[in-house]
Write a protein that binds this ligand. Sequence first.
Ligand SMILES: Cc1cc2nc3c(=O)[nH]c(=O)nc-3n(C[C@H](O)[C@H](O)[C@H](O)COP(=O)(O)OP(=O)(O)OC[C@H]3O[C@@H](n4cnc5c(N)ncnc54)[C@H](O)[C@@H]3O)c2cc1C
Length: 373
Amino acid sequence: MNYDCMVIGLGGMGSSALYHLAKRGLRVCGLDQFGPAHAQGSSHGNFRIFRKAYFEHPDYVPLLQAAEELWRQLESETKASLYHRIGVLLSGPADGEAVSGTLSAAEQHGLTVEAIAPSEAARRWPLLRFPETHSVVLDADAGILAVEHCVARHLQRAADLGAETCFCEPVRGWRLNSNSVTVTTDKATRTADTVVIAGGAWSRSLLGAKLPQLQVLHKLQLWHTVDRSSLSGFSELPAFYFETKTGAFYGMRTGPAEVKLARHTLGAKLTDPSNPGDAASLEERDPCVEFARDFLPGIVAQPFRTSGCFYTKSPDGHFIVDHAPESSRIVYATGFSGHGFKFASVMGAALADLATMGRTNLPIDFLSARRFQ
Ligand SMILES: Cc1cc2nc3c(=O)[nH]c(=O)nc-3n(C[C@H](O)[C@H](O)[C@H](O)COP(=O)(O)OP(=O)(O)OC[C@H]3O[C@@H](n4cnc5c(N)ncnc54)[C@H](O)[C@@H]3O)c2cc1C
């Protein structure tokens, strides 16, 4: 079994890379240890926030503009509705990272966001409580991506374009040959000219010790019911991100009377993502329930469902996308640090460029592993 390229890991990033490689007419094969669009990694839980006025760093903005176009392209190719432009509200201290970073990214890139007084925000969105000391910004040109559907549509489209996919087949190792790479699983040995590794929380076991230090955090997503008395205007509620004294929390509508909440900061450190145990439930649940009580008084504070999920944090919180130090035949993407899904569409294109041409015109230089040397 010989391929132009193989993709190890078919989650958010790998499913997109497989699609972009197949679209270029290459003979490609993707492998995952679990089933398609599974709930054991980092790409599950109904929705992910998409924003372009990016407080994490303004250098991401051009990538986000390209990402949005590619999500729209995937929607039109698969006739699926994946991106819902419902807006995102950011609330926090004026000098905090979220509000000041959003305003400065918007100013630098000519994007429109709206500053709103907390009292006005409370009038417009009665489900949320905005402290008087907070500044509030509405990014109306933002929204949410249907996360599992995005992964499934990338996989489906890749298969339509001729990609082979193998699920429930963990990769046990890979080896460099003079002109190819051999990838081994319990079922088969395959070779390819190049390999893309998008292993999420398992990146270290796939890429080895030469990778910059990564920390895997076990996070919890919590689904809550909205009180019937608080449903007025609920269908207009944007997604939201709050910077509070106990951390940054975010959430969004996931059904006619339910919201999903999670904490972005902190999290339970994990050594083995294959055995997460209940670390996340123990560390994350109480702060999230407290946030729900303080900031969403119109919901039932006790969640009716929870689901664990992994953040793979790089040392500086920014992504790592590069060739492996051993060889340009290996390309990898990791360290998405809890904010990567919105980029999956464009990261797949960048990985396909690196694997096939050795370089990309997409502005990803700032994400190279060279910054840690
Ligand atoms: C609770 C939560 C909320 C988030 N919210 C947002 C948000 O609002 N906006 C946003 O942009 N981002 C968000 N993120 C971050 C985003 O979801 C991740 O950055 C992104 O999904 C990471 O994708 P990935 O492809 O790196 O990992 P994954 O999707 O986990 O994919 C890695 C894949 O590699 C496979 N794999 C690993 N080892 C092997 C092996 N040996 N053999 C075969 N397969 C293997 C795994 O099974 C998995 O399918 C959130 C993350 C979490 C956990």
